[in-house]
Design a binder for this molecule. Structure first.
Ligand code: 25A
Ligand code: L14
Length: 340
């Protein structure tokens, strides 16, 4: 790096993902010359810290981005649609964590371990989309296998943490748990049903085809990031009473046969992946171990004995970190290293 530093803005800075973006910029020593922390009216005047110094939260407006070079957005899709084009128009490159632009053919959708070359397309619109959290960890684990033996079909079921929905959902899980342990009535504000001691087969909104939007994001984003529209993907996404890290049961059918041992060897050399697969010692990836970590953990690698070329595995990663904030900061790192 050239010793240059950059004017950075974080939109949605007070949210679960925004706060993790701030932490990740600090931890990875991103060359921040100046920082703007933006959120809604509700948080204006609130004080956060960046590298030990207090920074006042400002209201996100279309004028917030004068002089800003890199803008990280995580304030929801409607805010991204409203403000990201204005940020790009004033010269910032936006890395957007919402679903607003992910499937736009003019906007790259990037996981640095998988398709870093796509970042170059930021020049068209000034925006780079950060994929959905469940998709990111799955493609980090699957791309090296796809390169080796071509994946024809993926069947995935997810076990997703509440932190993906934001800070208020973490509160809801903890408050419901405490209420139930004290034989009190629970309150439901974020999810339509009790999440404590329960599993909800419902993430994001339902679509006309009977799938949820989260499930269709996994289908469509996987094809775009892997740059292979022929991969068949089907998903069931489930909310579970876990605070940090999504877990996924992933079944793949490959064109060429691959053994579980070959998968372990490929993944043990893959960027961003850590294989944890020692059933004899009860060792397999766990949400509580992945929390706060950068890697995507893969284990329970075994043959799918119901078809000729099938593999099952268990894939776990911190959804707010690799699933959102870390992936966005990694994109920004490549951007400043290669392009701006
Ligand atoms: O709009 P959407 O697309 O439906 O999605 C919005 C929700 O999805 C989460 C995000 O949660 C948000 O609640 N989300 C969006 N994209 C996500 C992704 N890719 C995602 N989660 C994971 N991955 P969040 O709480 O983590 O982030 C919210 C951030 O956005 C800021 N924000 C909201 N409206 C804004 C805005 N910023 C600018 N302009 C707007 N109009 C929000 O800032 C936060 O930083 P804030 O100041 O509104 O929130 C400060 C605190 O207030 C709590 N809160 C949120 N909503 C309300 C609320 N309090 C009272 N009433 C509310 N209605 C928050 O918990 C926050 O701590
Ligand atoms: O980034 O877990 O598209 O409720 C939106 C729903 C992130 C997760 C996205 C959740 C998702 C979020």
């Amino acid at each position: 790096m050239s010793g240059k530093s950059y004017a950075v803005a974080v939109a949605g800075a007070t949210g679960a993902v925004g706060l993790e973006m701030i932490k990740t910029l600090e931890q990875r020593k991103f060359p921040v010359g100046s920082v703007k922390l933006l959120a809604s009216e509700r948080s204006v005047g609130k004080e956060l810290r960046f590298n030990g110094k207090p920074v006042k939260v400002e209201k996100l407006t279309k004028d917030s981005f004068k002089g800003v070079q890199v803008a990280l957005f995580s304030a929801g899709a409607s805010r991204s649609l409203e403000f990201a084009p204005a940020a790009a128009a004033s010269g910032a490159v936006v890395v957007d964590n919402s679903s607003a632009f992910r499937m736009d053919p003019e906007i790259p959708l990037v996981v640095p371990e998988v398709n870093p070359h796509a970042i170059a397309q930021y020049k068209k619109r000034g925006i780079i989309a950060n994929p959905n959290c469940s998709t990111i960890q799955m493609v980090v684990a699957l791309k090296p296998i796809h390169d080796a033996v071509r994946i024809k079909r993926i069947v995935v079921s997810t076990y997703q943490a509440v932190s993906g929905t934001g800070l208020k959902a973490i509160d809801e899980l903890l408050l419901q748990t405490r209420a139930l342990l004290n034989s009190q009535e629970i309150q439901k504000k974020v999810y339509p049903h009790q999440i404590a001691f329960n599993c909800l087969p419902h993430i994001d909104v339902f679509l006309d085809n009977g799938y949820t939007k989260e499930e269709m994001k996994m289908v469509n984003e996987t094809r775009k990031i892997m740059e292979d529209p022929t991969i068949r993907v089907t998903a069931t996404t489930v909310r579970v009473p876990v605070v940090h890290s999504h877990s996924e049961s992933v079944n793949i059918e490959t064109e060429k046969k691959i053994t579980p041992q070959e998968v372990r060897e490929i993944l043990s050399k893959a960027p961003g992946v850590k294989v944890v697969d020692n059933p004899a010692l009860n060792e397999y990836p766990l949400a509580i171990h992945a929390a706060g970590r950068d890697e995507t953990f893969v284990g329970r690698i075994r043959e799918d004995e119901s078809i000729p070329n099938g593999i099952n595995m268990w894939v776990v990663s911190d959804n707010v970190r690799k699933g959102a904030a870390l992936n966005a900061v990694q994109i920004a790192e490549i951007l400043i290293e290669k392009y701006i």
